[in-house]
Design a protein around this ligand. Sequence first.
Ligand code: SAM
Length: 234
Amino acid sequence: MRENPNYNEIYYQHTTSHSQVIDIVTEQVVPLSELDAPIDWERLFGNAYPVEIEIGSGKGRFLLEASKRHPKVNYIGVERAQKYVELTRERFEKHIRHFGVDRTSGAFSNVRLVRTDANYFLTRYVPEMSVQAYHIYFPDPWPRKRQRKRRIFRNRDFLEALTRTLTSEGGRLYIVTDHAEYFQEIQERFTDLSTLRSVDAALRPDSDITTHYEMKYVLEGRPIYRAVYEKVMS
Ligand SMILES: C[S@@+](CC[C@H](N)C(=O)[O-])C[C@H]1O[C@@H](n2cnc3c(N)ncnc32)[C@H](O)[C@@H]1O
């Protein structure tokens, strides 16, 4: 628990040179660098609905189901792997075709996919106290000892950005993992933060929406660990 990942400018130049914001419905793709930082959510979405961010959205299962269920919530999926960004686009495309969704109806206009590194995005582009919820499901556990420094929850800038950008009016952080040791570490790290308090994990709405990894691991019979944190009013 001592190491801090080496997120330096070279790392960011490498991982973010292709950063993009993707509107899945209109297929409009804008380089992230063309947006003013911090991002004006209202301008981006054309409405003032609350914003929720999924970090490491993978194949986009949660993003699709949640955005369909809550059209008056804006969802951002942050994913750094191009392969998963493409799979997410395909998932939405298939859904739109299969169910004959009218692209002009406003369906899924509440979703943007951001292909970039989550730490880069949060520390530079997300405005203070502007996020209603963060969803972090099955964060990479980097189980080998020498790789653990890559764990996203070890990054102090990331933790600071998470808490700073959550709204004080009930801003929540939802975490699910199958990795007991990483779960323990995450909980210990949050115990040290006065800005977040742990609340009953049963309070997670939409817990019936499973991610790809959750479905896979539940089928394998692995135990699943869940935590919910709430921003403390300051
Ligand atoms: C184990 S997968 C979980 C995917 C999905 N949340 C699920 O539960 O099915 C972790 C995902 O996080 C993404 N990821 C890891 N670190 C990231 C980072 N710093 N920024 C953005 N995405 C990241 C990976 O590319 C991968 O898609």
